[in-house]
Design a protein around this ligand. Sequence first.
Ligand code: FAD
Length: 411
Amino acid sequence: MTEPDSNSSSCKVDILIFGGGIAGLWLLNRLHDKGFNVILLEAKAMGSGQSVASQGIIHGGLKYALSGSVSTASNAIASMPAHWRACLDGKGDIDLSRCNLLSEQYFMWSDGSLRSRLKTFLGSKSLRGKIKLLAEDQYPPFFADCTVPGSLYQLPDFVIDTGSLIASLSAPHKDRIFCVEPSDIEFLQDNGHGPDGVRIKKGGRIVDIKFQRSVFAAGEGNLGLMQKAGLDSPAMQVRPLNMVMLRKKHLPLLYLHCIGDSFSLSPVLTLTSHVCKNGDVVWYLGGEIAESGVARNRDQQIRAASELLNKLFPWLNLTDARWECLPINRAEGKAAGQHRPDAAFLQTESRIMVAWPTKFTLSPALAEEVLSALEIQAIVPKFCQPPELLYDMLPTPSLALSPWETLFDHA
Ligand SMILES: Cc1cc2nc3c(=O)[nH]c(=O)nc-3n(C[C@H](O)[C@H](O)[C@H](O)COP(=O)(O)OP(=O)(O)OC[C@H]3O[C@@H](n4cnc5c(N)ncnc54)[C@H](O)[C@@H]3O)c2cc1C
């Protein structure tokens, strides 16, 4: 903790955001549009935490319903696909018309053994009309060689290219986004009322940035920020995954959940497809295989994933495939009694708001929550000076590369 230094230069902003993932960047756009003088500090590259490693699925809530947790909060996610669609059409609260869609459609495949249970489940009131059972002549080409009986459903979900989303969200605000090493930052304390600014020390220079409010939207990095700022709550939880990537030329582009035979009906496999710069296709495998895979080492996990694909899609030829694993954590607010949170998380501690979107799909809902909290706290735009002091001191962070571009040996 640092007392203000009379020799340092200083500037004032309304809101200081930490973290240039989807949550922080979405919020930057919304706050800027509302007239707040806002800047964002990113420790590495934009999107470098969970955001570019995510599967890019804009969820409509079925995933929560399948695992048996339909609640008021999980129903909130059902409105998200329409919210994102409006933004992608250039008609929403953020213009995402330059963001690329990977797939307009998302499917759910279940083998024949679950047909009657699924029929009952999907006929329930909360899901009626949202999920469409497809006739065989509507199946994607991949299923033309299908040798196992099953059912294919179309969900309201769709898939976006998270790299182009990060680029779209950051492009209009390059003059407000700065790269800074966490070790170059200290919080300034306001005489026992909690932090009211930060001090950045870099290359012999010192700049103090005073804020009305700061939002911690740094994913797993929120924990370190809270410790530095002297906050002992809220609590964060991480849920680890061991994602698998399968890379091969001429893999079909497939986007689907496969429903397992567990009692909960939750997806045994969640599959998205991503095209690398050299044209190779990567199948990115999440779902139960990635959750249980944290107990397996790389070779065991690749074997388990290969066996699962052979079981689900026996007609698939996996010769020449290259495989990689990506161990990665989901970072979330820890809500009492909830192992799997299903809503965005926001908690205000004096002038600090600590935020996790839980799913990037919920970033618009999280931004709404921050705007409401600011209104309740009577925080209005006050400072209008651009952060000129920072321009020649801190660089603009680059855009993070997707793991399917960096993890494979290109030789
Ligand atoms: C494998 C995987 C797949 C997923 N798939 C989906 C999906 O399909 N759909 C969906 O809705 N959700 C998905 N999620 C969840 C989703 O990715 C996250 O909820 C979301 O990306 C979190 O965004 P964020 O901006 O809060 O955090 P992050 O994306 O983790 O970004 C945090 C940023 O803060 C920066 N940072 C860290 N510490 C500091 C600091 N001290 N100062 C400044 N900056 C700092 C980091 O460098 C990073 O850029 C997935 C998650 C994982 C792990």
